[in-house]
Design a binder for this molecule. Structure first.
Ligand code: NAD
Length: 308
């Protein structure tokens, strides 16, 4: 486990960032940089972290950051749909924001960065499971912004010697994921509907698949990457298990005890049919997922019930 470092987490008040802060806080000194556009103060309550409430695009905030050993760069506008509606504004945060973080690191001699990339960079791949050597085919501005950030991180590695690694997250879920946001992921949406004794809504026939990775498994993988700083510059992080939306709905209906059947609506345009990570690469570092979907869902339901 990563120890005795001073760590900057951008986007640290968000879902994944605050789970990462919780995991790292015992043994490290943490600084969170977040503009609270999507993140929440309560996600960090009870955690002993320094908070800089500012945008990653704010030069004076970036200048104020001192003595950091490693950056976890998670700040982003994460919605695919939002990026389609606002390609320029989202590129400012999701791409220029990454360049600004890298420039700050270059000026301040910060040696390493772990970047929150996405399986979206792969697009609609024919072959599953998808491994890191698959040629990316981004299908949205969001995916292009992530891929451009990955490439820039690679440039900074080769030209300026900053060790940068991009972690391509598959579908992450768990406590602190916002069920109310317009861009909410399927798991918190289904759980909320089931807790309210309503049917989960499935678009299409529900046979489409995803690779759901529990946030506590994901943050362990991120910490391990930062600790080992391997030479590879891209890692998939998923569960390595393919789950259909029908299976997911059934698990959530059973675990919440909601007596409803799913409600089916028309398939949404542009949805990926199958998604599954080849996690051989990250397993080679000594990581493997510890949570089954059922166990992760149980903890998430408990958290959602407590926080209502
Ligand atoms: N949740 C997933 O399944 C998933 C999958 C793939 C990749 N990711 C990536 O992981 C990262 C974290 O995602 P999340 O699910 O925790 O989302 P989130 O919305 O909960 O967290 C993003 C955080 O970034 C902050 N932020 C946004 N713009 C900012 C700016 N200009 N300056 C400073 N802070 C800013 C938000 O306030 C928020 O706290 C993102 O980069 C996202 O693209 C997430």
């Amino acid at each position: 486990m990563l120890k005795d470092r001073r760590i900057l987490i951008t986007g640290g008040a968000g879902f994944i960032g605050s789970n990462l802060a919780e995991y790292l806080k015992e043994s490290n000194d943490l600084v969170v940089l977040d503009d609270f556009s999507l993140g929440k103060k309560e996600n960090l309550s009870g955690l002993d972290v320094e908070i800089i409430s500012a945008s990653i695009l704010d030069d004076s905030a970036l200048n104020s950051i001192e003595d950091v050993d490693v950056v976890f760069h998670l700040a982003a506008v994460p919605g695919v749909q939002d990026s389609i509606e606002r390609p320029l504004e989202t590129s400012m945060t999701n791409f220029i924001g990454t360049v600004k973080i890298l420039e700050m690191m270059r000026k301040k001699d910060i040696p390493s960065i772990i970047f929150a990339s996405s399986c979206a960079v792969y697009g609609n791949t024919e072959k599953v499971p998808v491994d890191e050597s698959t040629c990316p085919e981004p299908l949205s501005p969001y995916a292009s912004q992530k891929l451009a950030s990955e490439n820039m991180i690679k440039n900074y590695r080769e030209i300026y010697g900053i060790k940068g690694i991009s972690a391509r997250f598959f579908n992450v879920y768990g406590p602190k994921q916002d069920p109310n946001s317009e861009y909410s992921a399927v798991i918190p949406k289904f759980i909320r509907r089931c807790i309210e004794e309503k049917s989960p809504v499935i678009y299409g026939d529900g046979k489409q698949t995803r690779d759901f990775v529990y946030v506590k498994d994901l943050v362990r993988a991120l910490s391990l990457i930062a600790e080992k700083l391997p030479d590879e510059h891209v890692f998939n992080i998923g569960s390595g298990v393919e789950t259909s939306i029908n299976e997911l709905a059934e698990t959530i209906i059973n675990e919440t005890g909601c007596g409803k059947e799913p409600e089916y609506r028309e398939k949404r345009a542009g949805e990926v049919e199958r998604s599954l990570a080849d996690i051989g690469h990250i397993k080679g570092l000594g990581w493997k997922p510890e949570y089954s979907l059922k166990d992760g869902i149980k903890e998430t339901i408990e958290w959602m019930r407590r926080s209502r």
